[in-house]
Design a protein around this ligand. Sequence first.
Ligand code: F6P
Length: 359
Amino acid sequence: MERKRIGILTSGGDCPGLNAVLRAASRASEKLGWELIGFQDGFEGLLAPMTHIVLDRHITAGIMHLGGTLLGTVNKGQFISRGNGRQGSFIPAEVLGKTRQTFQSLNIHGLIVVGGDGSLNTALQMHNAGLPVVGVPKTIDNDLEATDMTFGFDSAVECVASSLDRLHTTATSHKRVMVIEVMGRHAGWIALHGGLAGGADIILIPEIPFEFSKVAEEVLRREKEGAKCTMVVVAEGAKPKDGRVSRLSSPNGENRLGGIAEVVGCEIGNRTGKEVRTCVLGHLQRGGAPTMLDRILGTRFGIKAVQLIEEEKFGSMVSYKNHSTCAVPISEAVHKMRRVDPQDQLVEHARAVEISFGD
Ligand code: F6P
């Protein structure tokens, strides 16, 4: 009998922990006597000329601690994933047809899609078209309602906190205000956790619109109390009350979140007369080695995904709830964002250690 095969691909923005998923899925597949086929460059690898590799234990050995993804990834391409997958497929019929051929020619029993919200939406459309797919959520933003945690988040938080440690010393020497912009899209998880762990004095998040006057007051209050510097962490999606989120446009028409640190920095400088410096951490938060927690979470997600394929629970996504992996329907997972609740205990605790949210 021909050996059964599982396919796997990584899609959308990368994050630390993806290689841990690949390594674990490879081992779990081999344990079943199945072969794991890795498609390169996201969904594009499914189309002719197919680019795939056998992910055996030799190829996946020694990759767990590496950032990025062995398979490569793209967040554009022929599998357009906009709109709600439940209301019909947006993947062109021709592309779906070619994908079906790939599944047949390679004897793929099920495909593991490791991706964020957009890629999981594409996975859902494939499932609705009858293709055997399971999902593994990944994003540094940790903003999916369907799972308590995504891998990549802890590594991003570690980057923010260790950057704050570094910036703190130079800010203190010069008695400056330091404004650090962090990722997270429209959720403040990275800013809140990273800021808390790194000893920030002011944290500005999308869920709690801030006032420039309050931020400036806090800087001056701290100075009056003898503080040598003020560390401000601002999430890229944060916005002032009655204001807008800051965006950067690029020559290729992309309209990305970004620029808020400069806006906040200028306002603080003008309102307080203090010397201000800004620092945008950007993709440093997505690169480098995954933390131990992300290696473990990635490993557990990889194992669970193979188990879901073996059990033919297609259309489901690996989730992490109450310290265990479990499965939820992809249809219930996509488009449901988890944001910081301003009444959350974590916010309350942050306020208890005198962190201001500028509100
Ligand atoms: O969703 C992950 C994320 O890193 C966001 O925090 C950030 O806004 C975005 O992706 C950046 O995307 P890109 O790598 O396409 O610039």
